[in-house]
Design a protein around this ligand. Structure first.
Ligand code: ADP
Ligand code: ASP
Ligand code: MG
Length: 423
């Protein structure tokens, strides 16, 4: 039997009991004859607590020190997990990201993996150990400093290691039974998906379904690593994410894969932009120079009487202040009137490859929102996704309404959430 990579998220190792429960599960895989490499996240809400702590000390901590602080969370869980496994009579060794050969670029807070050289991990499992690797971290090739991969980055560590070690499968253990047609914390009638394509999973992840990180799915698709998302609290089979369904993985011919929502973004509106060539270019060059990634953009037609237009775009809340400061600096050059910043928004997205060939989908989506009394502020589409921005207060109701309107509600099982605070 081959090598498996298992990743356990923070809610699965939230306390000592959780660590012991997970240790038993890992030992089972080893007893079944597999070589086992485990990637582990920080315990419970540790990462958020470390962020809160840093903010109390400094409003804008330096990226290098911030990363050094956050990686401590995963060091704690990896060492405890190795101890718990040894206590069950099995050999285990823990490794930091850097020791495991996770090499990244030098962008603190959202580093990209550029290479994985897992020699020490391979050696460790070849000599009979279970190897435990700290997720979410690496080391920069250039600066030699410790980096982090962005929130939820342990998913990416797991897939990257699975690719480098030629693993049979990458198992992502979390606090729900798999990928559902909507977040089970919001929609009790969400259905578990047996199999989903990389393509649809990429859009769901990009639209805010945090059960899998977007970069992790990108990586899995590039190296063709099948992912099995499942609960660490139950023995149920979860969701397979891969190119094609295998064996008895039922392929559902659904038009829609699911509904995703995201409340982590804010909206910036540049009011009163002169309607002439070059203005949008100046605005978005300033945003790009500040290394801010934007999501949706909308420009209205200009009012004939004034020749002025408004441009709105969305971006991660965490980058809001930086964006507003960067735009203020262009004010004289662009000649806009004012800036509006709104962080009380939500994005709701409908995803499914089937919408390419089903023209009624957009109308049904908008009708569902209208029937729920939800106002739409921005719209954007791709071939297999429609997204809208609404008020943050409306998000739960909007997601439920859309989920029902597309017949996604399950008749019986209530989706179970086993742990986590949803933070
Ligand atoms: P972990 O700590 O294991 O990394 P996360 O909190 O990052 O777990 O991801 C699991 C959570 O993702 C679930 O508890 C659930 O609330 C949320 N989630 C959002 N959308 C979905 C979805 N479509 N299917 C399953 N879970 C989802
Ligand atoms: N501990 C990190 C976070 O909370 C990484 C992870 O859990 O994947 O974002
Ligand atoms: Mg996660």
């Amino acid at each position: 039997m081959g090598l498996v990579v298992q990743k356990y998220g923070g809610s699965s190792v939230a306390d000592a009991e959780g660590i012991k429960r997970v240790a038993k599960r890992i030992v089972e895989a080893k007893k079944n004859g597999h070589q086992v490499v485990v990637v582990v996240s920080a315990m419970g809400d540790t990462t958020d607590e470390l962020i809160d702590l840093a903010e109390q000390v400094s409003p804008m901590p330096a990226g290098r020190e911030f990363d050094m602080l956050l990686t401590a969370g995963e060091r704690i869980s990896m060492a405890l997990l190795a101890m718990a496994i040894k206590n069950l009579g099995h050999a285990a060794q823990s490794f930091t990201g850097s020791q495991a050969g996770v090499i990244t670029d030098a962008v603190h807070g959202k580093a990209r993996i550029i290479d994985v050289t897992p020699g020490r991990i391979q050696q460790s499992v070849d000599s009979g150990n279970i190897a435990i690797v700290a997720g979410f971290q690496g080391v920069s090739q250039d600066s030699k400093d410790i980096t982090t991969l962005g929130r939820g980055g342990s998913d990416t560590t797991a897939v990257a290691l699975a690719a480098a070690l030629n693993a049979e499968v990458c198992e992502i253990y979390t606090d729900v039974d798999g990928v559902f047609t909507a977040d089970p914390r919001v929609v009790k009638k969400a259905r578990k998906i047996d199999w989903i394509s990389f393509e649809d999973m990429l859009e769901l992840a990009a639209s805010g379904s945090k059960v899998l990180l977007h970069r992790c799915v990108e990586y899995a698709r590039r190296y063709n690593i099948p992912i099995h998302v499942r609960s660490s609290f139950s023995g149920l089979r979860g969701t397979w994410v891969s190119n094609e369904p295998q064996g008895d993985q039922s392929m559902e011919h659904a038009i829609i894969s699911g509904v995703a929502h995201d409340t982590s973004e804010a909206k910036v509106t540049v009011v009163g932009v002169p309607d002439k060539p070059g203005e949008a270019a100046t605005i978005f060059r300033a945003i790009s120079d500040a290394e801010i990634n934007i999501d949706m953009i909308v420009q209205n037609v200009s009012a004939a009487s004034t020749g002025l237009t408004d441009i709105s775009f969305t971006l991660p809340k965490a980058e809001g202040r930086k964006a507003v400061e960067a735009l203020e600096r262009t004010k004289a050059r662009v000649g806009f009137d004012s800036l509006r910043y709104d962080d009380q928004i939500a994005k709701i997205s409908l995803v499914g490859a089937g919408m390419k060939t089903n023209p009624g989908v957009t109308a049904t989506f908008f009708e569902a929102l209208s029937n729920a009394g939800v106002n739409i502020e921005l719209i954007s589409t791709s071939e297999i996704r429609i997204s809208v921005v609404t008020r943050a207060d409306d998000v739960n109701e909007a997601v439920r309404a859309v989920h029902s309107a597309f017949g996604l509600d399950s008749e019986n099982d209530e989706a179970v959430v086993y742990g986590g605070t949803g933070r």
